[in-house]
Design a protein around this ligand. Structure first.
Ligand code: SF4
Ligand code: SF4
Length: 394
């Protein structure tokens, strides 16, 4: 599309931007701000973060490194980004933090409604795009949520939506940090908002101090390898043993660095019923998850955010959590998992049995040592056997 076609006089630009923002609000985007498409200023920070290995196994980040240099890699001729936020904290009871009883796995708040937010937000973005294309001749636009190579938090800050906190999440004075980020990229020049200039973290370090695994290695720097959100959702493998031992009750995701943030204590709840928690998605009984037949993982989780981890990931999470809680009632079902078809599940079971460390666990592990053919799992079993010899029973 020729550039001239998407340029308008200032007053028209302002009016179009205002109307576009109004549409976004009507569609349920509680936060909306507009910023020009430029190279992100913190690109070098992102590169250093990758070089330090903090991205874990998210190899797609490294593979698409150059695409992060400019939003035009996502939309040809991109001039503006409409940055959008959708809050998901639905009620006060959801705000309460605290530990679930032993044998229960917690689910991150964003997933408690049981809906895949990508699907919900994509629907809204489609409507917003349609409105822009219909109301601005020559307009092209693309909506994104999560999956495109864009430093979303930086552009959201530039659009005035909030500031990036020391926990690396975007914070807003009204909504705290319990909101999803999305963007509509367009070739249209719009009227731009002022960037957020100030951080309101001050001297607070609550998120850093209370992260159970030490994943926030410095203010604004997250080591995904140690982050329970990454470890339980994105990671294809097993975390380091000290991270697994500090699972802190989380079966899928982790909200601790948000729970302890003062900006989330008084943040507003959304009135959008879409995000109301579904009791069947708020927490899970570990013994039930460990006992599901293969087909039950799909029937119980398909369509929910938890399905992202698939059977192998959810089973790994449940096993590691049972191990971290030293759940003796899980020993028999964990012993069965030593014969699972997935090597990841067998290795997780070996670690968990080593943590629980009863006589039964030790005998089972020693037996499995002779049957196991996979080298990595053999190693996990050997380490577990070794630990059972040195750890005192709980
Ligand atoms: S999500 Fe949990 S593990 Fe990750 S940084 Fe926050 S508190 Fe730490
Ligand atoms: S807990 Fe404190 S330091 Fe961390 S993001 Fe919130 S305000 Fe900032």
């Amino acid at each position: 599309m020729p550039e001239a076609e998407t340029r308008m006089p200032d007053t028209e630009t302002q009016e179009l931007t205002q109307q576009l923002k109004q549409q976004a609000l009507q569609l349920g985007f509680a936060l909306v701000g507009v910023t020009p498409a430029v190279s992100p200023s913190r690109l070098s920070h992102f590169h250093r973060w990758l070089e330090n290995g903090y991205a874990g196994q998210m190899l797609y980040l490294e593979n698409r490194k150059s695409a992060y240099e400019h939003p035009s890699s996502i939309l040809d001729g991109c001039k503006s980004l409409v940055m959008l936020g959708v809050p998901y904290l639905a009620n006060e009871s959801q705000r309460q933090s605290g530990s679930e009883p032993e044998g229960v796995g917690k689910i991150a708040r964003y997933a408690q409604c049981g809906l895949d937010y990508h699907d919900v937000i994509r629907g809204k973005l489609k409507e917003l795009r349609k409105w822009l294309v219909q109301n601005c001749p020559g307009a092209n636009a693309r909506g994104i949520v999560d999956t495109a190579p864009l430093l979303e938090r930086e552009f959201a800050e530039a659009a005035g939506l909030g500031w990036v906190g020391k926990n690396t999440l975007l914070l807003n004075r009204t909504w705290g940090s319990y909101f999803f980020l999305a963007a509509l990229l367009t070739n249209v020049e719009l009227h731009y908002d002022l960037p957020q200039q100030t951080s309101h973290c001050g001297t607070c370090t609550a998120c850093i101090d209370q992260c159970p695994t030490g994943a926030i290695v410095a203010p604004y720097v997250l080591d995904a390898n140690r982050c329970l959100s990454y470890v339980t959702i994105e990671s294809p493998g097993l975390p380091a043993v000290d991270v697994a031992a500090k699972a802190s009750g989380w079966l899928f995701g982790c909200d601790i660095c948000q729970e302890v943030c003062p900006w989330n204590r008084r943040s507003q709840c959304t009135t959008d019923a879409t995000w109301q928690p579904d009791p069947r998605s708020q927490s899970f009984d570990l013994m039930q998850v460990l006992s599901w037949r293969d087909s039950q993982f799909e029937s119980n989780l398909k369509g929910k955010p938890m399905w992202r981890a698939k059977r192998r990931g959810m089973l790994r999470n449940a096993i590691l959590l049972a191990g971290s809680q030293r759940l003796e009632s899980a020993c028999i079902v964990l012993a069965e998992k030593l014969r699972d078809e997935e090597s990841l599940v067998r290795a997780a079971a070996a670690w968990a049995l080593g943590e629980i460390n009863t006589e039964y666990c030790r005998t089972t592990l020693v037996q499995a040592q002779t049957d196991e053919l996979d080298k990595d799992v053999q190693e996990a079993i050997a380490q577990a056997v070794c630990r059972t010899a040195t750890l005192r029973r709980g």
